[in-house]
Design a protein around this ligand. Sequence first.
Ligand code: HEC
Length: 197
Amino acid sequence: MKQILSITAKISLSLVAVFLLANCTKKTPPLEYFNQMYDSPAREAQEEDYFAKNNSSSRIPPYGAIPVGYYPYPYIDVLNPDDLSGPSKGLANPLKNPNLDDYKVGEQKYQTYCTPCHGVQGAGNGKVVGPYPRFATAPPAVTSGKIKGWSDGQLYHIITMGRGVMGSYAYQIEPDDRWKLVAYIRKLQEYDSKKGK
Ligand code: HEC
């Protein structure tokens, strides 16, 4: 009985060894057993695909397709925000009635990205401006009469495209949040107008 057991043990051990060693040669890809779970019929990236015209599982995107997270901006060629004066030019503000949450997002974006240059209240006196001017062009106030007269679209445009020394904030601030930032700048301007009285 003992002998039979030891023979069975030896046989199973050698079988295990054969299975293990079968994968040892480096030149061939490893053997896969019962690979139905690994290799699904769905094509993987860059796999050969006989059904496709180009013989590859990677398809050419259809004309006009855009990557996920990319927002096309039709005013990319407009250098001067003055050329965008008024919603009639197409850049109308979709955020008609901003609520408190919208203003809070706008405030957070303004205080993060704009304060260093344009100042906490938008007067153009941010930390990087003083004690002596470190800019060839000092950041102007966003609460000036001129900017109060700008359309929402113009403000959105300068945040998206930047101008001169001021860079674009298109990568840092999502389109929806840019309109909330515009709403917040309007609040700063409102505050500035009341303060002057
Ligand atoms: C690195 C400093 C800097 C930062 C940060 C910055 N700006 Fe500016 N900004 C400037 C300068 C400098 C100008 C003037 C550019 C020019 O006309 O050449 C300007 C111009 C502007 C103008 C037009 C003002 C005018 O009178 O023509 C607006 C509006 C404005 N910025 C808004 C913003 C907003 C909103 C943010 C935050 C998303 C921001 N800026 C971040 C430096 C900055």
